[in-house]
Design a protein around this ligand. Structure first.
Ligand code: SAH
Ligand code: SF4
Length: 340
């Protein structure tokens, strides 16, 4: 059940607010049904069970990649489905890639989620439960859920109130997950009003902007949203964000063979980012069955070198989990657009 619904039920039953903490603690510890929330009395458990299931998100499938990446297909109460992905790092750290919407309305031409169309926004609690499930998995691996990135399905800036309410929970002390705000990243297609809104948010979360091209013609071809918010307006919003918050912005740039990976593209990118506080993450393209192919390693290295020579901070982000279609841009579910 969604958290608001549980809160309303508790109130109706005349229960104190701390019951909610008990419920979340039980979910965090792995309770799968109301019956297992043994900190609540039997009668209350039965009353709550009459109203709906304990979880609003339910694992339907769990796939493990050869590199240790875990991908879940998760069912929602209305029959729709989302995915989330847990990525392993050294020293027992784990990064969870969460979904913020069912599908996505923005139709970027290189992204599987974009081909699904838009289903609906997730609630804050549906986002938090993805992290509760991942935290249990990390426990089982004797590891720690240290980072959360909003890089799963959906455009987080189009569902910002729920996303930020979820961040509050993820960051908060127990029964929250105690994740440092700096280890939480919100990735956006370049939704300018969302960037302005995020700069007012008090926690120092990371902002990642999916740029993927240094000229408007190429970017519009890749990302239709560029017609509404072209590169100049997007970078102006990023600079305002840097000035207001004192933080850097992370620029995501997926390298596509022959599309945006020439030396001229690298130089143009360096030029437009020159006077800002940016860090460029070059991303390997993950096949989605469309018209694109990943840049060859030599072109990728040349691109990186050109950025560095121009004085930009840049790094390459390696693809993970591609063998179970868990990598960036590969998240797609069948039951997306319509409820079952
Ligand atoms: N909607 C948000 C967040 C979800 S997508 C956004 O677009 O930023 C997370 C990241 O994966 C984005 O940088 C997106 O551009 C990238 N991505 C999408 N499809 C990809 C693909 N096929 N290969 C590599 N990265 C991809
Ligand atoms: Fe949506 Fe992001 Fe995919 Fe674009 S890249 S379609 S904004 S999820």
């Amino acid at each position: 059940m969604d958290r608001e619904a549980v809160a309303a039920q508790l109130q109706e039953f005349g229960q104190p607010a701390y019951r909610m903490d008990q419920i979340v603690r039980a979910q965090r510890a792995g309770a799968s049904s109301w019956d297992e929330v043994t900190t609540l009395g039997k009668g209350l458990r039965a009353d709550l069970a009459d109203r709906g299931p304990l979880w609003s998100v339910e694992p339907r499938e769990r796939l493990v990649s050869t590199d240790g990446t875990v991908k879940w297909r998760l069912g929602l109460a209305d029959g729709r489905e989302i995915e989330s992905v847990l990525i392993s790092h050294a020293r027992g750290r784990r990064t969870l890639c969460v979904s913020s919407q069912v599908g996505c309305a923005l139709g970027c031409t290189f992204c599987s989620t974009g081909t699904m169309g838009f289903g609906r926004d997730l609630t804050a609690w549906e986002i938090v439960e993805q992290a509760l499930i991942a935290a249990q998995e990390a426990d089982a691996q004797r590891a720690r859920l240290s980072n959360v990135v909003f890089m799963g399905m959906g455009e987080p800036m189009q569902n910002l109130p729920a996303v930020l309410a979820a961040v509050d929970e993820l960051h908060g002390p127990a029964p929250g997950l105690g994740i440092s705000a700096r280890q939480i990243a919100i990735s956006t297609v370049g939704w300018v009003p969302g960037i302005a809104e995020l700069q007012e948010y008090p926690l120092p979360v990371r902002l990642a902007v999916s740029l993927h091209a240094a000229d408007d013609e190429t970017r519009t071809r890749l990302m239709p949203i560029n017609q509404r918010y072209p590169i100049a307006s997007l970078l102006a919003a990023c600079r305002r964000y840097c000035d207001t918050t004192g933080r850097r912005v992370f620029i995501e740039y997926v390298l596509l063979d022959g599309v945006n990976d020439s030396l001229e593209d690298a130089r143009r990118l360096a030029r437009i980012l020159r006077d800002g506080r940016f860090h460029v993450n070059l991303i390997e393209y993950n096949a989605t069955g469309g018209e694109y192919a990943a840049s060859r390693p030599d072109r990728r290295e040349r691109f990186l070198l050109a950025l560095e020579r121009a004085g930009l901070e840049a790094s390459v982000r390696r693809s993970r989990g591609a063998d179970v279609a868990a990598a960036c841009g590969q998240l797609v579910t069948q039951a997306a657009a319509q409820p079952a």
